[in-house]
Design a protein around this ligand. Sequence first.
Ligand SMILES: [Zn+2]
Length: 364
Amino acid sequence: MQVLRVSFPGCGDFHRELKRRVSAHFESVQSSPRDALGMYLKTVLILVWTLASYSLLMFAAVNWWQAILLAIGLALGMGGIAFNIQHDANHGGYSRNRRVNQCLRLCLDLIGGSSYVWYWKHNIVHHTYTNVSGLDVDVDIEPFLRLAPDQKHKWYHRGQHVYIWFLYGLLPVNWQFWADYRDLMNGHVGGQPFPKPSKGELAITLTGKAFFYFWSLVLPLLLHPTLAVLGLYALTSFTLGIVLTTVFQLAHCVEEADLLTVDRDAPVLPVAWAEHQVRTTANFAPGSRILTWYLGGLNYQIEHHLFPKVCHIHYPALSPIVAQTCREYGIPYQSHSTLWQALMSHLSRLRRLGQPEAIVSTSS
Ligand SMILES: [Zn+2]
């Protein structure tokens, strides 16, 4: 496999100034960027919510509508774990204590993913080469979807804005049963190699998978009819997939976010890393306290991409600082005021990329 080494031109004054302002903010409010009390409380609440949904579904539901509601509750609880707990912890943004982060990132393994693969795929590749076609795995769902103009067009892509929901729903099953194993065997994601897991890491990953299969399928099959278990597993998984994928896609796969293709002969991106992060990302629904709480601040993806090691609880406070600095440096700070607007922009980009002649602007 030929590895493409892509670089950014320098560090940039924008990033230096932004870091200075953000650390001045934390000093002025006398708060730590990590170890927020609200985050610990939220963790307990989300874990209790998930465990309660599962226990009630397994041992208390007596009819089909109760089972359906509890399966959806379980899916949303698992989504809460993914957005809030494992995501912050895997980035090292949950706590200053490495052990706390290392322990809580395993929450992803409990819900069927691999925190080891996620680290390399998300933290390293996606957070470095955001929206760079050929490198960022989040814009590579070929041949099912065409998410960048340099990807091969197929006739069925014309309908991708319609059938995409089916694919999004399949994401968890893909993780749980196929993609993590494939990535571990191949040792690369997005064309970028990652180190083989140590024996300990591999044991944790495989134990996590086995534990997930046990609680999600084996135990229910021992206690309930096969058809009901498979149907509720499919519903939970599908709901989780739609929620997870939509949130991540609304940050980068929207009309306002730049999408880049690397020139293989001169693999240097046009702007410095921090500016690249802002230009390839968009926020949504910043005024919604419910979404901000549930999505682990992922509706403030610009702040997340600039400061992934800061606990998401702080993103709303950082947002005006980032927006103001962007204004001063002439960098567009994109934010959809509602979830609906972001969704429409996502569908519009998908519809356009579904046409063979699609062009996506890059303002950088
Ligand atoms: Zn992230």
